[in-house]
Design a protein around this ligand. Structure first.
Ligand code: NAD
Length: 348
Protein backbone atom coordinates (compact mmCIF):
# COMPACT_ATOMS: atom_id res chain seq x y z
CA UNK A 1 0.00 0.00 0.00
CA UNK A 2 1.23 3.53 -0.74
CA UNK A 3 1.86 5.29 2.57
CA UNK A 4 2.48 9.05 2.74
CA UNK A 5 4.67 9.73 5.77
CA UNK A 6 4.45 13.25 7.17
CA UNK A 7 6.96 15.03 9.41
CA UNK A 8 9.56 12.35 8.72
CA UNK A 9 12.94 12.54 10.42
CA UNK A 10 16.24 10.89 9.64
CA UNK A 11 16.26 8.92 12.89
CA UNK A 12 13.16 6.91 11.97
CA UNK A 13 13.64 6.15 8.25
CA UNK A 14 16.11 3.29 8.68
CA UNK A 15 13.70 1.56 11.08
CA UNK A 16 10.79 1.87 8.63
CA UNK A 17 12.97 0.63 5.76
CA UNK A 18 13.97 -2.42 7.82
CA UNK A 19 10.41 -3.13 8.99
CA UNK A 20 9.17 -2.85 5.39
CA UNK A 21 11.59 -5.42 3.90
CA UNK A 22 9.13 -8.29 4.17
CA UNK A 23 6.00 -6.19 3.78
CA UNK A 24 6.64 -4.33 0.53
CA UNK A 25 4.62 -1.16 1.10
CA UNK A 26 5.46 1.93 -0.93
CA UNK A 27 6.87 4.42 1.57
CA UNK A 28 6.71 8.07 0.52
CA UNK A 29 8.67 10.28 2.91
CA UNK A 30 7.51 13.89 3.26
CA UNK A 31 9.27 16.42 5.46
CA UNK A 32 6.36 18.82 6.14
CA UNK A 33 3.98 18.29 9.00
CA UNK A 34 0.48 17.26 7.98
CA UNK A 35 -1.75 20.33 8.15
CA UNK A 36 -4.67 21.46 6.04
CA UNK A 37 -2.16 23.33 3.86
CA UNK A 38 0.00 20.26 3.20
CA UNK A 39 -2.80 17.66 3.01
CA UNK A 40 -2.74 17.74 -0.81
CA UNK A 41 0.65 15.98 -0.66
CA UNK A 42 -1.18 12.82 0.46
CA UNK A 43 -3.36 12.74 -2.67
CA UNK A 44 -3.54 9.21 -4.06
CA UNK A 45 -2.09 7.56 -0.92
CA UNK A 46 -4.57 5.15 0.71
CA UNK A 47 -2.65 5.50 3.99
CA UNK A 48 -1.04 8.48 5.68
CA UNK A 49 1.40 8.01 8.53
CA UNK A 50 1.54 10.76 11.14
CA UNK A 51 3.49 11.72 14.23
CA UNK A 52 2.60 13.68 17.36
CA UNK A 53 2.82 17.20 15.97
CA UNK A 54 0.82 16.67 12.78
CA UNK A 55 -2.47 18.59 12.82
CA UNK A 56 -5.25 16.09 12.24
CA UNK A 57 -8.09 18.60 12.43
CA UNK A 58 -11.51 18.12 10.85
CA UNK A 59 -10.43 20.22 7.84
CA UNK A 60 -7.22 18.24 7.31
CA UNK A 61 -9.02 14.92 7.64
CA UNK A 62 -11.70 16.00 5.13
CA UNK A 63 -8.94 16.99 2.71
CA UNK A 64 -7.06 13.69 2.91
CA UNK A 65 -10.30 11.70 2.67
CA UNK A 66 -11.16 13.65 -0.53
CA UNK A 67 -7.69 12.76 -1.82
CA UNK A 68 -8.36 9.03 -1.49
CA UNK A 69 -6.94 8.22 1.95
CA UNK A 70 -8.79 5.67 4.07
CA UNK A 71 -6.25 4.89 6.83
CA UNK A 72 -4.47 7.22 9.24
CA UNK A 73 -1.63 5.20 10.74
CA UNK A 74 -0.28 7.06 13.76
CA UNK A 75 3.30 6.23 14.59
CA UNK A 76 2.62 7.25 18.18
CA UNK A 77 0.63 6.00 21.12
CA UNK A 78 -0.99 9.36 21.89
CA UNK A 79 -3.84 10.58 19.70
CA UNK A 80 -4.83 13.85 21.38
CA UNK A 81 -3.83 15.60 18.11
CA UNK A 82 -6.53 13.77 16.11
CA UNK A 83 -10.15 14.92 15.77
CA UNK A 84 -11.34 11.34 16.11
CA UNK A 85 -15.03 12.15 15.65
CA UNK A 86 -14.23 13.96 12.40
CA UNK A 87 -12.15 10.99 11.23
CA UNK A 88 -15.10 8.71 11.79
CA UNK A 89 -17.42 11.06 9.90
CA UNK A 90 -14.98 10.98 6.97
CA UNK A 91 -14.90 7.18 7.06
CA UNK A 92 -11.21 7.15 8.00
CA UNK A 93 -9.78 4.39 10.15
CA UNK A 94 -7.29 5.67 12.73
CA UNK A 95 -4.70 3.20 14.02
CA UNK A 96 -1.94 3.79 16.57
CA UNK A 97 0.94 2.03 18.31
CA UNK A 98 -0.52 1.41 21.77
CA UNK A 99 2.84 0.68 23.36
CA UNK A 100 6.37 0.55 22.05
CA UNK A 101 8.67 0.99 25.02
CA UNK A 102 7.43 2.31 28.33
CA UNK A 103 11.03 1.85 29.47
CA UNK A 104 12.29 4.47 27.01
CA UNK A 105 10.00 7.18 28.42
CA UNK A 106 10.36 6.15 32.07
CA UNK A 107 14.15 6.03 31.80
CA UNK A 108 14.24 9.49 30.20
CA UNK A 109 12.12 10.73 33.11
CA UNK A 110 14.70 9.39 35.54
CA UNK A 111 17.50 10.92 33.43
CA UNK A 112 15.85 14.34 33.79
CA UNK A 113 15.42 13.90 37.54
CA UNK A 114 19.05 12.90 38.08
CA UNK A 115 20.42 15.58 35.75
CA UNK A 116 18.41 18.32 37.49
CA UNK A 117 19.15 17.05 40.97
CA UNK A 118 22.91 16.73 40.42
CA UNK A 119 23.02 19.72 38.03
CA UNK A 120 24.76 17.70 35.35
CA UNK A 121 23.83 20.18 32.60
CA UNK A 122 25.51 23.02 34.50
CA UNK A 123 28.51 20.94 35.56
CA UNK A 124 29.12 19.87 31.96
CA UNK A 125 29.03 23.47 30.71
CA UNK A 126 31.36 24.62 33.51
CA UNK A 127 33.97 21.92 33.04
CA UNK A 128 34.13 22.60 29.31
CA UNK A 129 34.97 26.22 30.16
CA UNK A 130 37.75 25.11 32.51
CA UNK A 131 35.66 26.04 35.56
CA UNK A 132 36.09 23.23 38.07
CA UNK A 133 34.40 24.94 41.02
CA UNK A 134 31.59 23.11 42.81
CA UNK A 135 29.69 26.07 44.25
CA UNK A 136 26.04 25.99 43.25
CA UNK A 137 26.11 22.32 42.26
CA UNK A 138 24.87 20.80 45.53
CA UNK A 139 22.17 18.19 44.95
CA UNK A 140 20.23 15.81 47.18
CA UNK A 141 20.17 12.05 47.72
CA UNK A 142 17.22 10.54 45.89
CA UNK A 143 17.29 7.73 48.41
CA UNK A 144 14.62 8.37 51.03
CA UNK A 145 12.90 11.16 49.05
CA UNK A 146 9.22 11.00 48.14
CA UNK A 147 8.37 10.72 44.44
CA UNK A 148 4.78 11.29 43.30
CA UNK A 149 3.77 9.45 40.14
CA UNK A 150 0.66 10.93 38.51
CA UNK A 151 -0.74 8.20 36.27
CA UNK A 152 0.29 4.59 36.82
CA UNK A 153 -0.26 3.20 33.34
CA UNK A 154 2.52 1.49 31.42
CA UNK A 155 5.07 4.31 31.75
CA UNK A 156 4.13 5.40 35.26
CA UNK A 157 4.53 1.82 36.51
CA UNK A 158 8.04 1.50 35.08
CA UNK A 159 8.98 4.89 36.54
CA UNK A 160 7.56 3.90 39.94
CA UNK A 161 9.57 0.68 39.87
CA UNK A 162 12.81 2.50 39.07
CA UNK A 163 12.29 5.12 41.79
CA UNK A 164 11.44 2.37 44.29
CA UNK A 165 14.78 0.80 43.32
CA UNK A 166 16.55 4.03 44.29
CA UNK A 167 15.09 3.67 47.76
CA UNK A 168 12.48 6.41 47.26
CA UNK A 169 9.09 6.44 48.93
CA UNK A 170 6.75 6.24 45.95
CA UNK A 171 3.27 7.75 46.08
CA UNK A 172 0.92 7.58 43.14
CA UNK A 173 -2.42 8.77 41.88
CA UNK A 174 -4.55 7.32 39.10
CA UNK A 175 -8.26 7.36 38.30
CA UNK A 176 -7.97 3.60 37.89
CA UNK A 177 -5.55 2.41 40.58
CA UNK A 178 -3.83 -0.94 40.14
CA UNK A 179 -3.70 -2.18 43.74
CA UNK A 180 -1.93 -5.43 42.84
CA UNK A 181 0.90 -3.46 41.26
CA UNK A 182 1.04 -1.11 44.25
CA UNK A 183 1.25 -3.99 46.72
CA UNK A 184 3.93 -5.80 44.71
CA UNK A 185 6.12 -2.67 44.40
CA UNK A 186 5.46 -1.06 47.77
CA UNK A 187 3.79 1.92 46.10
CA UNK A 188 0.99 3.77 47.93
CA UNK A 189 -2.03 5.29 46.16
CA UNK A 190 -3.05 8.60 47.67
CA UNK A 191 -5.29 11.52 46.66
CA UNK A 192 -3.83 14.10 44.28
CA UNK A 193 -3.68 16.84 46.97
CA UNK A 194 -1.82 14.43 49.27
CA UNK A 195 0.59 13.47 46.49
CA UNK A 196 1.31 17.16 45.79
CA UNK A 197 1.75 17.97 49.49
CA UNK A 198 4.11 15.07 50.24
CA UNK A 199 6.30 14.75 47.14
CA UNK A 200 9.82 16.04 46.60
CA UNK A 201 9.52 15.09 42.93
CA UNK A 202 6.25 15.06 40.97
CA UNK A 203 6.27 13.29 37.61
CA UNK A 204 3.38 13.24 35.12
CA UNK A 205 2.33 10.11 33.20
CA UNK A 206 -1.35 10.70 32.40
CA UNK A 207 -2.65 11.24 28.87
CA UNK A 208 -3.81 14.65 27.71
CA UNK A 209 -7.62 14.74 27.94
CA UNK A 210 -10.08 17.51 28.77
CA UNK A 211 -9.81 16.35 32.41
CA UNK A 212 -6.02 16.60 32.55
CA UNK A 213 -5.40 19.75 30.45
CA UNK A 214 -3.59 22.28 32.69
CA UNK A 215 -3.95 19.99 35.70
CA UNK A 216 -0.70 21.58 36.90
CA UNK A 217 -1.81 25.18 37.40
CA UNK A 218 -1.36 27.84 40.08
CA UNK A 219 -3.61 25.91 42.48
CA UNK A 220 -1.64 22.68 42.00
CA UNK A 221 1.70 24.47 42.57
CA UNK A 222 0.25 26.06 45.73
CA UNK A 223 -0.38 22.57 47.12
CA UNK A 224 3.17 21.38 46.40
CA UNK A 225 6.16 21.64 48.73
CA UNK A 226 8.47 24.60 48.31
CA UNK A 227 11.46 23.42 46.27
CA UNK A 228 9.62 20.54 44.58
CA UNK A 229 10.89 19.19 41.25
CA UNK A 230 8.31 18.77 38.47
CA UNK A 231 8.93 16.45 35.51
CA UNK A 232 6.68 16.24 32.47
CA UNK A 233 7.44 13.62 29.83
CA UNK A 234 3.78 13.13 28.95
CA UNK A 235 2.11 15.99 27.05
CA UNK A 236 2.91 19.69 27.26
CA UNK A 237 -0.62 20.93 27.90
CA UNK A 238 -0.85 19.02 31.19
CA UNK A 239 1.06 22.01 32.56
CA UNK A 240 -0.02 25.65 32.41
CA UNK A 241 3.36 27.02 31.33
CA UNK A 242 2.66 30.55 32.59
CA UNK A 243 1.86 29.14 36.05
CA UNK A 244 5.08 27.09 35.84
CA UNK A 245 7.14 30.19 35.08
CA UNK A 246 5.46 32.06 37.95
CA UNK A 247 6.23 29.22 40.37
CA UNK A 248 9.87 29.16 39.19
CA UNK A 249 10.23 32.94 39.60
CA UNK A 250 8.80 32.78 43.13
CA UNK A 251 11.26 30.00 43.94
CA UNK A 252 8.36 27.77 44.94
CA UNK A 253 9.15 25.32 42.16
CA UNK A 254 12.70 24.11 42.75
CA UNK A 255 13.31 22.74 39.26
CA UNK A 256 11.52 21.47 36.19
CA UNK A 257 12.37 18.77 33.65
CA UNK A 258 10.28 19.10 30.52
CA UNK A 259 10.35 16.80 27.52
CA UNK A 260 7.14 18.29 26.20
CA UNK A 261 5.80 21.83 25.88
CA UNK A 262 2.25 22.91 25.17
CA UNK A 263 3.24 25.00 22.12
CA UNK A 264 5.87 22.57 20.81
CA UNK A 265 4.30 22.08 17.36
CA UNK A 266 6.45 23.66 14.70
CA UNK A 267 9.41 23.96 17.11
CA UNK A 268 10.33 20.55 18.46
CA UNK A 269 11.91 18.08 15.99
CA UNK A 270 13.34 20.96 13.88
CA UNK A 271 16.76 22.61 13.75
CA UNK A 272 15.96 26.28 14.29
CA UNK A 273 19.42 27.15 15.61
CA UNK A 274 20.03 29.85 12.97
CA UNK A 275 16.72 31.64 13.63
CA UNK A 276 15.37 33.97 16.31
CA UNK A 277 13.09 32.05 18.67
CA UNK A 278 9.65 33.63 18.33
CA UNK A 279 8.05 31.86 21.31
CA UNK A 280 8.64 34.25 24.24
CA UNK A 281 7.29 31.79 26.82
CA UNK A 282 9.70 29.05 25.77
CA UNK A 283 12.50 31.62 25.51
CA UNK A 284 11.84 32.63 29.15
CA UNK A 285 11.77 28.99 30.23
CA UNK A 286 15.16 28.39 28.66
CA UNK A 287 16.72 31.17 30.79
CA UNK A 288 16.23 29.31 34.09
CA UNK A 289 19.32 27.45 35.35
CA UNK A 290 17.01 24.96 37.11
CA UNK A 291 14.98 24.04 34.03
CA UNK A 292 15.99 21.27 31.66
CA UNK A 293 14.12 21.03 28.38
CA UNK A 294 14.46 18.21 25.87
CA UNK A 295 12.56 18.33 22.59
CA UNK A 296 10.11 15.43 22.97
CA UNK A 297 12.81 12.78 22.86
CA UNK A 298 11.75 10.51 25.73
CA UNK A 299 10.67 7.83 23.25
CA UNK A 300 13.91 8.06 21.29
CA UNK A 301 15.62 4.71 21.78
CA UNK A 302 16.56 2.14 19.12
CA UNK A 303 14.18 -0.36 20.71
CA UNK A 304 11.23 2.03 20.72
CA UNK A 305 11.85 3.17 17.12
CA UNK A 306 12.06 -0.42 15.89
CA UNK A 307 8.80 -1.30 17.66
CA UNK A 308 7.03 1.81 16.36
CA UNK A 309 8.04 1.00 12.77
CA UNK A 310 7.09 -2.65 13.08
CA UNK A 311 3.66 -2.10 14.65
CA UNK A 312 2.80 0.84 12.36
CA UNK A 313 3.51 -1.16 9.20
CA UNK A 314 1.77 -4.23 10.62
CA UNK A 315 -1.32 -2.05 11.21
CA UNK A 316 -1.21 -0.97 7.54
CA UNK A 317 -0.79 -4.57 6.35
CA UNK A 318 -3.69 -5.80 8.48
CA UNK A 319 -5.89 -2.96 7.20
CA UNK A 320 -4.91 -3.68 3.59
CA UNK A 321 -5.70 -7.37 3.99
CA UNK A 322 -9.05 -6.61 5.66
CA UNK A 323 -7.98 -8.22 8.93
CA UNK A 324 -9.58 -6.73 12.07
CA UNK A 325 -7.29 -4.37 13.98
CA UNK A 326 -6.75 -4.93 17.68
CA UNK A 327 -9.13 -2.83 19.83
CA UNK A 328 -6.12 -1.20 21.52
CA UNK A 329 -4.85 -0.15 18.09
CA UNK A 330 -8.01 1.38 16.62
CA UNK A 331 -8.85 4.85 17.87
CA UNK A 332 -12.59 5.50 18.11
CA UNK A 333 -14.47 8.58 19.34
CA UNK A 334 -16.25 6.98 22.33
CA UNK A 335 -12.86 6.40 23.98
CA UNK A 336 -12.45 10.15 24.38
CA UNK A 337 -15.97 10.65 25.69
CA UNK A 338 -16.04 7.88 28.26
CA UNK A 339 -15.75 8.43 32.00
CA UNK A 340 -12.09 8.93 33.02
CA UNK A 341 -11.75 5.47 34.60
CA UNK A 342 -12.55 3.85 31.27
CA UNK A 343 -9.53 5.55 29.72
CA UNK A 344 -7.18 3.48 31.82
CA UNK A 345 -6.42 0.58 29.54
CA UNK A 346 -5.90 1.58 25.98
CA UNK A 347 -4.85 5.20 26.17
CA UNK A 348 -1.45 6.46 24.82
P1 NAD B 1 -1.33 4.43 29.73
O1 NAD B 1 -2.62 4.57 29.00
O2 NAD B 1 -0.73 3.09 29.89
O3 NAD B 1 -1.47 5.09 31.18
C1 NAD B 1 -2.14 6.29 31.43
C2 NAD B 1 -2.65 6.23 32.87
O4 NAD B 1 -3.24 7.49 33.16
C3 NAD B 1 -3.73 5.17 33.10
O5 NAD B 1 -3.40 4.35 34.20
C4 NAD B 1 -5.01 5.97 33.35
O6 NAD B 1 -5.90 5.36 34.24
C5 NAD B 1 -4.43 7.24 33.91
N1 NAD B 1 -5.33 8.40 33.76
C6 NAD B 1 -6.07 8.75 32.69
N2 NAD B 1 -6.74 9.89 32.95
C7 NAD B 1 -6.41 10.25 34.23
C8 NAD B 1 -6.78 11.32 35.07
N3 NAD B 1 -7.64 12.26 34.66
N4 NAD B 1 -6.26 11.36 36.32
C9 NAD B 1 -5.40 10.40 36.74
N5 NAD B 1 -5.02 9.34 36.00
C10 NAD B 1 -5.52 9.28 34.75
O7 NAD B 1 -0.32 5.41 29.01
P2 NAD B 1 1.29 5.33 28.98
O8 NAD B 1 1.72 4.43 27.89
O9 NAD B 1 1.79 5.12 30.36
O10 NAD B 1 1.64 6.81 28.50
C11 NAD B 1 1.38 7.94 29.32
C12 NAD B 1 1.57 9.20 28.49
O11 NAD B 1 2.94 9.35 28.11
C13 NAD B 1 0.84 9.17 27.15
O12 NAD B 1 -0.48 9.63 27.29
C14 NAD B 1 1.63 10.10 26.28
O13 NAD B 1 1.02 11.37 26.31
C15 NAD B 1 2.98 10.17 26.96
N6 NAD B 1 4.07 9.69 26.10
C16 NAD B 1 5.13 10.53 25.91
C17 NAD B 1 6.18 10.11 25.12
C18 NAD B 1 7.40 11.00 24.90
O14 NAD B 1 8.23 10.72 24.03
N7 NAD B 1 7.57 12.07 25.67
C19 NAD B 1 6.15 8.85 24.52
C20 NAD B 1 5.06 8.02 24.75
C21 NAD B 1 4.01 8.45 25.55
Amino acid sequence: MRIAFFDVHGFEREHFERANRERGHELVYLEPRLTQATAALARGAPAVCCFVNDELTAATLAEIARGGTSLVALRSAGYNHVDVAAAEREGLTVARVPEYSPHAVAEHTVALVLALDRKIHRAHARVREGNFSLDGLVGFDLHGKTVGIVGTGKIGKVAATIFAGFGCRVLSYDVAPDEDFARARGVAYVSLPELYAESDVVTLHVPLTPATRHMIDDAAFARMKRGVMLVNTSRGALVDTRALIGALKRGHLGSAGLDVYEEEEGLFFHDLSDRVLQDDVLARLLTFPNVLVTAHQAFLTREALANIADVTLENVTAFEQGRPLDSRVVVRPPLLDRAPAALAGPDP
